[in-house]
Design a binder for this molecule. Structure first.
Ligand code: ATP
Ligand code: MG
Length: 732
């Protein structure tokens, strides 16, 4: 009889195995979440190498993230039982950059071209626009940046923009500006991110020899997360696959979540047209999740129209399991407490922290969870972005607060003195530093002195003087106005908020949300000093230790990943689905949000906890929030709804519709967008009575001796008597 299949093939079901062993010709694996698409792709790669069909460098493999590429490399090594090198395995960007370096001269670059970051891009674009006499006030550069990015996502060079895709930006000058920008980039021997694929695709399109060389090189092409490719990525793949047509793409139309970055789901539909005779394999067994989790996800996504339609059934041996939890909570703090408590419980039950994830819709949401995890001394990592208090805009804002309240804080002052731009160039800064050094005075004092001389030109001098006056004025207002009001004022009046408002990049909205969240969080502290002390503690807490950690990330960043236990907080109208998707109104953007929800639920292997808070503070005002429509769409039998609201209202009842059942709170209080008024009603009520036995993350167990506002005097069993902030203390 035939020899038994190698172990790596025996681990597959028949459909998966067919997808791995169908090596010749185009192949599309279209299948739902957790059906083993990525496993098929990795095994196929290994199989190509094991059967001698290809050498490691003869396979082009595209993943969506660098992390996914690393994982695939590791699995390959495990199957082959040796480290594999010389692979063409990575993201579209990484692969395109590597190819472009080999042929850079064909587009007028050298192989050592630089890749610009977004700041550099904006600066360059601004120069180009100024040179063309565009009114930058009227036409912010980031608007043009978005247009150019879209053209690049669609593979359009400046000379090939079809009539239907032109723009009336800056009185129909967008194309001319695009051409000028591209010329400047080449002159600087530089690329922006969009150029990487644009240039290499252009080279492949126009240079048959180069194309032929890649046809000879790459015998096989493998693509993961195919549903989220944009047009230029698709064109690049199609050019490369034209030779031998051995291209295998795996994807799931229900997980297409990047249309806002130009991804086109039509690429899946186009596949069969562009590659006639393509075979399509469907995988229907989900090996990741328990039956209730799958049923909940399936019930939800069934609400979308225009799906390709797939079957998904439980394939795990232990598919029965607990129902998906839907927990209603009072506010986001209580939500964070609930998540923290369940993580502790899971940890006690032996779940590894590395198997737990908190997946949020918007980046600002991580703050509440981060603080909770710090308080509980649970290690965590933020994927795909920085921890909340390490984000650039948060550091800037905190630098403002420090510079305002601590005149000798040179680091803080230096960070904000020219942010936003106040025309203080290197010379001005050098003069300030020199004076400070010579006179041994703080930078801020040196700056004041400089303003009294004519060392600076009039405009920067006026701007600097205004900043210095503002810092003093804000600081003087602290006592009377309260730190929350002042914080909002600082960010507004310094021009810092406007700086991000003028920035029309995709990230700027998230940055503004983070700043609002920061001001919101400050309301939890009695004074600015207490808040800054807290920040210092939080930052100090930063551990770079290895070891198992809870993962925090956005739903977008979670694609392709899996965890035993997944928390999905903030399922509220306006947050998830996002306000933006609701404002746009179209069914399309709502459907994308629903796909995002589907991605979220299907990350869970065994436990899935969805939650929503009934009240949120927005711009400092309490707003009652409406539970997400997605909660109603979960099939009733598969979910377990838990009240969870354990706390009484802390705010006057006029602020929210207290007492009403959630479903009757159909109208949220409308808050004017962009409003920065904040209320300063302190809402401290975390009462620790004297004598309470407590636990502190650093000092361990102790008993409360005295309470002074937010500070507690505690006699610790090991550390003796200490004064600590009550936020770091738990009832034991
Ligand atoms: P997603 O759509 O989320 O990217 P996917 O289709 O890529 O999911 P994988 O991540 O490859 O799915 O697989 C999901 C889980 O199921 C993984 O833990 C994988 O190891 C496991 N798995 C896949 N196929 C099998 C199988 N035949 N037998 C047992 N486990 C399997
Ligand atoms: Mg996958």
């Amino acid at each position: 009889g035939a020899a038994p299949p190698p172990e790596y093939l025996a681990r597959l079901n028949p459909e998966q195995r067919a997808a791995v062993e169908t090596l010749d010709g185009p192949l599309l694996v279209l299948a739902g979440a957790g059906t083993g698409k990525t496993r098929v792709l990795t095994t196929r790669f290994a199989h190509l190498l094991m059967t001698g069909r290809a050498q490691p460098h003869q396979v082009l493999a595209v993943t969506f993230t660098n992390k996914a590429a690393r994982e695939m490399r590791e699995r390959l090594g495990a199957i082959l039982n040796r480290p594999v090198e010389g692979l063409w395995l990575g993201t579209f960007h990484a692969l395109a950059a590597r190819m472009l370096r080999r042929h850079a001269e064909l587009v007028g670059l050298t192989s050592s071209f630089t890749i610009l970051d977004t700041d550099d891009q904006t600066r360059l674009l601004k120069q180009v626009m100024e040179a063309e006499g565009v009114d930058l006030k009227r036409w912010p550069p980031n608007g043009l940046m978005g247009i150019i990015q879209r053209w690049k996502d669609r593979g359009l060079t400046p000379d090939r923009i079809p009539a239907a895709e032109t723009s009336d930006y800056a009185n129909n000058r967008a194309e001319k500006l695009y051409a000028a920008y591209q010329a400047r980039l080449i002159a600087l021997n530089a690329c922006d991110f969009g150029d990487l694929l644009l240039h290499i695709t252009e080279i492949l399109r126009t240079n048959t020899e180069v194309l032929a060389s890649y046809h000879r090189l790459f015998r096989y092409i493998l693509v993961d997360e195919y549903q989220d490719t944009n047009l230029v990525q698709y064109l690049w793949l199609r050019l490369l696959a034209q030779g031998h047509k051995n291209i295998c793409c795996v994807g799931d139309d229900d997980q297409s979540i990047y249309s806002w970055r130009g991804a086109e789901i039509e690429n899946i539909l186009r596949f069969e047209r562009d590659f006639p005779g393509a075979q399509v394999v469907r995988l229907e067994s989900n090996y990741r999740s328990t039956r209730p989790i799958l049923a909940a996800a399936a019930g939800l996504i069934a609400r979308n129209e225009g799906r390709l339609g797939k079957t998904l059934r439980p394939g795990r041996a232990d598919a029965s399991g607990e129902r998906v939890r839907v927990v209603s909570l009072w506010d986001s703090e209580e939500e964070a407490r609930m998540v923290g408590a369940r993580i502790e419980e899971a940890r006690r039950d032996g779940v590894s922290l590395g198997e737990i994830a908190i997946l949020v819709r918007a980046g600002f949401q991580t703050r509440a969870f981060e603080e909770r995890l710090i308080t509980l001394a649970i290690p965590y990592r933020v994927f795909g972005g920085a921890k909340f208090y390490e984000r650039a805009e948060i550091r800037d804002a905190i630098a403002y607060f420090r510079a305002m309240s601590q005149p000798a804080d040179d680091l803080a002052f230096e960070r904000i003195v020219n942010t936003p731009k106040r025309g203080l160039g290197d010379t001005a800064m050098a003069a300030m530093h020199k004076l400070a050094r010579e006179q041994q005075m703080p930078l801020r004092v040196a700056a004041e002195r400089l303003c009294q001389t004519d060392a600076l030109r009039p405009r920067p001098r006026a701007a600097l003087r205004e900043l210095l006056e503002n810092l003093s004025r804000w600081n003087a207002g602290l006592e009377k106005e309260g730190h929350v009001v002042i914080a909002a004022q600082v960010l507004e009046e310094s021009g810092y908020i406007d700086m991000w408002k003028a920035d029309r990049s995709i990230e700027s909205a998230g940055r503004l949300d983070n700043l609002k969240e920061l001001v919101r969080a400050m309301g939890d502290f009695a004074t600015l000093g207490a808040f800054l002390e807290h920040i210092a503690l939080v930052m100090e807490n930063d551990d770079n230790s290895e070891g198992e950690k809870v993962s925090l990330m956005t739903l977008h960043a979670a694609k392709g990943l899996e965890f035993d236990m997944v928390f999905l907080p903030g399922w509220e109208e306006g947050l998830f689905p996002s306000q933006r998707s609701l404002d746009e109104g179209g069914a399309k953007s709502l459907e994308e949000e629903r796909r995002l929800a589907y991605v979220g639920i299907t990350r869970a292997r065994r436990h899935c906890v969805i939650s929503h808070a009934a009240n949120r503070r927005i711009y400092g005002n309490w707003v009652s929030s409406i539970p997400s429509r997605f909660l109603d769409e979960l099939p009733e039998g598969e979910v377990l709804r838990e009240g969870g609201v354990t706390q009484q209202p802390r705010m006057p009842s006029s602020v929210f519709a207290a007492g009403l059942p959630l479903s009757s709170q159909r109208r949220p209080r409308v808050i004017e967008a962009g409003a920065w008024e904040v209320d300063q009603r302190p809402e401290r009520e975390k009462a620790f009575a004297r004598g309470t036995r407590v636990f502190h993350q650093k000092f361990g167990y102790g008993r409360v001796l005295a309470v002074d506002d937010d500070k507690l005097e505690i006699e610790f069993e090991k550390a003796g008597v200490k004064r600590v902030l009550d936020r770091f203390v738990e009832p034991a």
